[in-house]
Design a protein around this ligand. Structure first.
Ligand SMILES: [Zn+2]
Ligand SMILES: [Zn+2]
Length: 343
């Protein structure tokens, strides 16, 4: 049986499993409106996850065919995976922030040879050893070996600061870039049903979670050479959500919690500590790859699998970019691959 929680005031959550993932499940929220239930996120695209969603909706006294709309916090497959199936079954609209719609569009265009060439060049520039880059070069030559992946193209744009078209409810979009460029939190501007003090309730997606720190990736567009600062974006977004002071946070993983400002302070302190640690490592010039090798992860570097190493390097690079932007580190002139050093 799908685990359903009633959060009061016409808001429930369903635990939709994520197969083979330590996170366990995505919390899909069901928000009642005058035109039928609206979902916040949909869950991973897998038959067992779909069954859990369908079963959970039945337990809520509704059905997937009744869904009026789908609001997506960000494009990741544990949030947006089942959106196409929900739309097919109900005719619901799907809404997402434009920056994440752009990523969905790029993924759907599916030019793997170009993507692999881009990744190989990026990793080489970050100082990855040849044995790490080589598999990408050979994958580039046989792109048809790739599994197809085609996320649903949303049909509505979430406009930051605006109320969503949810009849009978006040749900405002708050743009919180960092975890992804188009991540949004959704602020339910209604009194807390249990009268907890604070400013409404916040659906926080992956932006603000009670016990884990979200990954900060790079999400670069091969066609765009702008140097982004996703960690800086994330820290700004965190402060914004802390100032909002919601009575309760309804995240997409783990469990609901109160005292958002305290959690925000913890996360800000965590990143400050991490940046200080990196500055220590950058006493000698290091490439992003060398930095990733020396950073602290949830297991030793030798045990980190191939794909996760790529994520780790992009995380290291996001932190270095923040340090450079703050004037606390700089690229060593003429280094190739580029090395960074504390200043
Ligand atoms: Zn995510
Ligand atoms: Zn997630």
């Amino acid at each position: 049986m799908t685990q359903v929680s009633d959060h009061g005031g016409g808001v429930r959550s369903l635990r939709v499993p994520i197969p083979d993932n330590p996170l366990g499940f995505t919390l899909v929220y069901v928000v009642d409106t005058d035109r039928g239930p609206v979902l916040i996120d949909t869950g991973w695209d897998d038959p067992a996850s779909w069954d859990a969603l369908v079963e959970g909706l039945t337990a809520c006294g509704t059905s997937v065919a009744e869904i009026h709309g789908v609001v997506i916090t960000h494009h990741h497959p544990d949030h947006h995976g089942l959106s196409a199936k929900v739309r097919d079954a109900s005719g619901a609209w799907i809404a997402m922030h434009a920056a994440d719609i752009a990523i969905v569009r790029r993924t759907r265009e599916n030019r793997p040879e170009r993507w692999f060439a881009y990744m190989a060049a990026k990793l080489a520039a970050a100082g990855a050893p040849e044995e790490h880059v080589a598999p990408l070069r050979s994958a580039r030559d046989r792109p048809r070996a790739l599994p197809g992946f085609s996320p649903a193209l949303p049909d509505r744009e979430i406009v930051p600061g605006e109320l969503l078209a949810l009849p009978g409810r006040r749900l405002r979009a708050i743009w919180t870039p960092g975890h992804t460029p188009g991540h949004v939190c959704l602020h339910l501007e209604e009194a807390h049903p249990a009268r907890l003090t604070g400013n409404g309730r916040l659906f926080s997606g992956d932006h603000l979670l009670p016990r884990i720190t979200p990954h900060i990736g790079l999400y670069e567009d091969p066609d765009d050479t702008t140097v982004t600062d996703p960690l800086g974006d994330y820290l700004d977004s965190l402060e914004r959500v802390g100032r909002l002071g919601p009575a309760e946070v309804l995240p997409a993983h783990q469990h609901a919690f109160t005292d958002a400002p305290a959690r925000v302070r913890e996360l800000l302190a965590h990143h400050e500590e991490r940046l200080t640690g990196l500055l220590g490592l950058l006493a000698e010039p290091l490439t992003a790859w060398q930095l990733a090798e020396r950073m602290e992860w949830n297991r030793p570097w030798e045990q980190i699998p191939y794909g996760s190493r790529n994520i780790a390097v992009s995380e290291a690079e996001a932190h270095v970019r923040r340090l450079v932007k703050l004037g606390r580190a700089e690229a060593v002139t003429g280094s190739d691959p580029v090395t960074y050093v504390a200043v």
